[in-house]
Design a protein around this ligand. Structure first.
Ligand code: SF4
Length: 180
């Protein structure tokens, strides 16, 4: 007997030969399964990301096999590793060059909080310079943890209102980082 399970149909109006839904749900579904990540990997957490892209874990199952090393062709910034204060302006520049809508994952303790490097030279979390959507704990997180963080991003992307990026709340969030 097959152990393949049939999932329930998404909410919408069904009928013979048609399925009606709203535009933002259709766009959210398409976006969430076609994310183009930009891996900003500076140290050991980057190695876990390489494992996540490998055949055992295979992030392409989630529609994200097309990595982008150009910020202008990416919509998901994945920051993996220790970010020194010298590197911070570079990371911020990469973020600024990404077009909206864009999302950010802080992968691992260093990107999330500076990790074990509570020193004068290390940024104590990338959210000091750019907004972060999802934090993945661990030093390093295993590929399962990275995939879990990625799936949380997918959920955010799928359910995000199309007008969120034009909202006063979002403008205020960016303004709190000095971004117009
Ligand atoms: S969180 Fe741990 S594994 Fe990841 S970059 Fe920092 S020290 Fe390395």
């Amino acid at each position: 007997m097959s152990d393949v399970q049939i999932v329930n149909a998404p909410p919408g109006v069904e009928g013979s030969g048609f399925f009606a839904t709203s535009l933002d749900k259709a766009i959210g579904l398409a976006r969430s399964h076609s994310l183009w990540p930009l891996p900003f990997a500076t140290s050991c957490c980057g190695i876990e990301f390489m494992a996540t892209m490998g055949s055992n874990y295979d992030l392409s199952r989630f529609g994200a096999e097309r990595l982008s090393f150009s910020p202008r062709q990416a919509d998901l910034l994945m920051v993996m590793g220790t970010i020194s204060k010298k590197m911070a302006p570079v990371l911020r520049q990469v973020y600024l060059q990404m077009a909206e809508p864009r999302w950010v994952i802080a992968v691992g303790a260093c990107a999330s909080s500076g990790g074990i490097f509570d020193t004068y030279s290390v940024l104590q979390g990338i959210d000091e310079i750019i907004p972060v959507d999802v934090y993945v704990p661990g030093c390093p997180p295993r590929p399962e943890g990275i995939i879990d963080g990625f799936m949380n991003i997918q959920e955010l992307v799928r359910t995000e209102a199309l007008r969120r990026r034009d909202s006063p709340e979002y403008t205020k969030l960016l303004a709190s980082y000095g971004i117009q």
